[in-house]
Design a protein around this ligand. Structure first.
Ligand code: NAP
Length: 271
């Protein structure tokens, strides 16, 4: 039996095991996917240990997406982004970023075209990095805001090499004009900061498209408020399913059963 999993800290909220195990079952693959709680100081040991144990593939989540690059060989886009969420173990440890695909596919599925739009991303971690690079490639103008200004400034500087991007401090968001708001922080997530908004509620105008990458709960405080104000919504669960489906394809070379994966993820979320 082949073994796959997801490393993160915290990781208990993850619905990825349900999603991937359902896909293995659907395609008759003899494999199992589980969670591994890995503290930041143990990342290198965990990656080396996974290779030694013969683990075939790992997803990588908060807070390891940027650091994991140091212990793996990223493909071109992953190297440009500076954050990975998928590792494939073989002779080498190859690193990929499927959040890029997941975020763009979730937006496209919701009928959102980002070309020429101004997009405000809240956050400057691994998820924000992937989304910012993906959006500039699609010719959107990206504005980054982040709790830690230095980190937000660095991301804006990195993305500006490839497209239009700037940093705006959180206290100045009220003056901004933008079309799409994306939350790429864990604020609002169950077991982390439930019930909290990532930005001041004053900036949620009814004509915005609001995409919350947080998927647990599906109806986050941000999504609930945005719905009340009449915004168009893009759900984090769709990004999760598409990034997972792309990882599955990288690991197995097979077409992922996306509908089965989404059903399993939604069922796991209800539990
Ligand atoms: N739907 C999906 O498929 C999907 C995929 C990836 C990620 N996500 C979501 O994105 C979130 C971030 O993931 P990541 O991998 O980017 O994590 P990360 O690399 O650790 O970055 C976390 C980001 O959130 C900010 N943040 C954390 N706690 C905060 C708080 N209390 N108040 C304000 N900002 C805070 C951090 O700001 P500082 O720089 O100030 O620390 C940083 O910008 C995850 O929790 C997950 O819910 C969803």
């Amino acid at each position: 039996m082949d073994c796959y999993g997801v490393i993160g800290y915290p990781i208990k909220h993850s619905v990825s095991p349900a999603m991937h195990n359902a896909a293995f079952k659907e395609l008759g693959i003899d494999a199992i996917y589980t969670t591994f709680e890995v503290k930041p100081e143990n990342l290198e040991t965990a990656i080396k240990g996974a290779k030694a144990l013969g683990i075939k593939g790992l997803n990588v989540t908060i807070p390891h997406k940027e650091n994991v690059i140091r212990f793996s060989k990223p493909d071109e886009i992953t190297s440009k982004i500076g954050a990975a969420n998928t590792l494939k173990f073989g002779e080498e440890i190859l690193a990929y970023n499927t959040d890029v695909y997941g975020a763009i596919k979730a937006l496209e599925d919701a009928g959102v075209s980002v070309s020429g739009k101004i997009v405000l991303i809240v956050g400057a971690g691994g998820a924000a990095r992937a989304i910012a690079f993906a959006l500039t490639e699609k010719k959107a103008t990206v504005i980054i805001t982040n709790r830690t200004e230095q980190r937000g400034l660095k991301l804006a500087q990195d993305v500006r090499k490839y497209g239009e991007c700037m940093f705006v401090p959180m206290k100045d968001l009220e003056k901004l004009d933008f079309d799409i708001l994306i939350n790429a922080t864990p604020v609002g997530m169950n077991n982390y900061m439930p019930g909290k908004l990532p930005v001041d509620e004053k900036i949620i105008r009814g004509d915005l498209i609001v995409f919350d990458t947080v998927y647990n709960p599906m109806e986050t405080p941000l999504i609930k408020l945005a719905k009340m104000r009449g915004c168009k919504i893009v759900y984090g669960i769709d990004m999760l399913v598409y990034q997972g489906a792309k990882s599955f394809e990288i690991w197995t070379g097979l077409t992922p059963p996306v509908n089965v994966m989404k059903r399993a993820a939604l069922e796991a979320l209800k539990r």
